[in-house]
Design a protein around this ligand. Structure first.
Ligand code: NAD
Ligand code: IPM
Ligand code: MN
Length: 367
């Protein structure tokens, strides 16, 4: 059996910096019996610089053929003035759409050692373990009509919030399946009070629940209240199911519960790919962080934990994923912190590559 294949798309800004640390982790696993065939290509601004487009057809073909894609981050001020279609973010969105990665899993877990660092009180976040399932290939990000048009003597910007029943149903199924492996609770968030697409969302989620997952506890919440509840009492949630745009915003809010955006991994999953593994892309929730890029300050943990999610969700290597999470836990418990994880009391931060090395050292002590 050949090794499963990984395509690394490190992207822009801190993307390549954090991905360098993931490569160390991949090499460590290869030395310990879990090997992957790794290839690499450009995406985002780096692809624009190299190929004149944020996602080349050849790169998309490689992503289609890979068993999983690991992505760093895309974007940056250098590309802000490009035409809309050439912007780095279009490359990322095209990958998600073409691979049909409709289920975006964004866990927010509070590591014990960071509970005091959250902007919320320790008792509100200690032990937090929630999972946001963000629908990723439809809704406001992709609905037609869209564009900037002229109406009379002024321009109008249009995006369309559109969901079909089958798009809602498949995201809902993913959420209910995940809940069964966790706390068995799903809270679905929309704005059925003001949006027709929200009314349909609520109806379809309820129907999938009643007919296929009656054993899972389901509740519905308006997304604005959901944002408030996430900050007030986040531990009331297990799985949160929501659409593309609300999920984007709610997952950034959830990130801060855990202490830093630099801690949060994600998995984007679709239907079965060529070798029976699901089509999948793993990426940190954070972006290219232009403000700290090139300074060795970025926290690589989100990207490293994204590789952990690949172990768990693409390759059913749950024990290996647990080991990686334990190594991250140990490093944090030992008090090692990148700059984003230092509280107001300060301390001396370690660099991106020192954090990667510390995680490798922790892996060594744990096997
Ligand atoms: P960002 O996530 O890049 O940064 C927000 C803040 O968090 C910054 O202060 C940054 O320094 C900090 N931060 C982020 N990741 C960090 C890490 N690993 N370690 C330490 N600090 C970290 O969001 P932004 O500034 O709104 O966007 C910058 C660019 O990234 C934009 O072009 C945006 O479109 C893009 N972006 C890309 C992705 C992605 O590739 N998936 C996600 C979000 C934003
Ligand atoms: C994310 C990002 C992306 C999104 C951008 C960069 C396209 O914010 O992954 O959360 O809006 O989905
Ligand atoms: Mn986002």
């Amino acid at each position: 059996m050949p090794n499963p294949s990984l395509l690394i798309l490190a992207g822009d800004g801190i993307g390549p910096e954090v991905m360098a640390e993931v490569r160390k982790v991949i090499a460590w696993y290869a030395d310990h019996g879990t090997a992957f065939d790794v290839s690499e290509d450009f995406v985002g601004g780096a692809a624009y610089d190299g190929y004149g487009t944020p996602l080349a057809d050849e790169t998309l073909a490689k992503a289609m053929a890979a068993d999983a894609v690991l992505l760093g981050a895309v974007g940056g001020p250098k590309y802000d003035t490009l035409d809309f279609a050439l912007k780095p973010e279009r490359g990322l969105l095209k990958l998600r759409k073409e691979l049909d990665l409709y289920a975006n899993l964004r866990p927010a877990q509070c590591f014990d050692a960071l509970a005091d660092f959250s902007s919320l009180k320790r008792e509100v976040v200690a032990g937090l373990d929630i999972m946001i399932l963000r629908e990723l290939t439809s809704g406001m990000y992709f609905g037609e009509p869209r564009g900037i048009f002229t109406e009379g003597n002024e321009r109008v910007g249009i995006n369309t919030h559109r969901y079909t029943e089958s798009e809602i149903a498949r995201a809902a199924r993913s959420a209910f399946q995940l809940a069964r492996q966790r706390g068995n609770k799903v809270c679905s968030m929309e704005k059925a009070n003001v949006m027709e697409a929200g009314i349909l969302w609520r109806e379809v989620v309820q129907k999938i629940h009643d007919t296929e997952f009656p054993d899972v506890q389901l509740s519905h919440m308006y997304a604005d209240n959901g944002a408030m509840q996430l900050v007030r009492a986040p531990k009331q949630f297990d799985v949160i199911l929501t659409d593309n745009l609300f999920g984007d915003i709610l997952s950034d809010a959830a990130a801060m519960l855990t202490g830093s955006l630099g801690m949060l991994p994600s998995a984007s999953l679709g239907a079965a790919g060529p070798n029976g593994y699901p089509r999948a892309m793993y990426e940190p929730v954070h972006g290219s962080a232009p403000d700290i890029a090139g300074q060795g300050k970025a926290n690589p943990i989100a990207c490293i934990l994204s590789f952990g999610m690949a172990l768990r969700y693409s390759f059913a290597l749950g024990a290996q994923a647990d080991l990686l999470e334990a190594a991250v836990n140990k490093v944090l418990a030992d008090g090692l912190r990148t700059a984003d994880l230092l509280g107001p009391e300060g301390g001396t931060p370690i660099s991106t590559s020192q954090m990667g090395d510390a995680i490798i050292a922790a892996l060594d002590t744990l096997v």
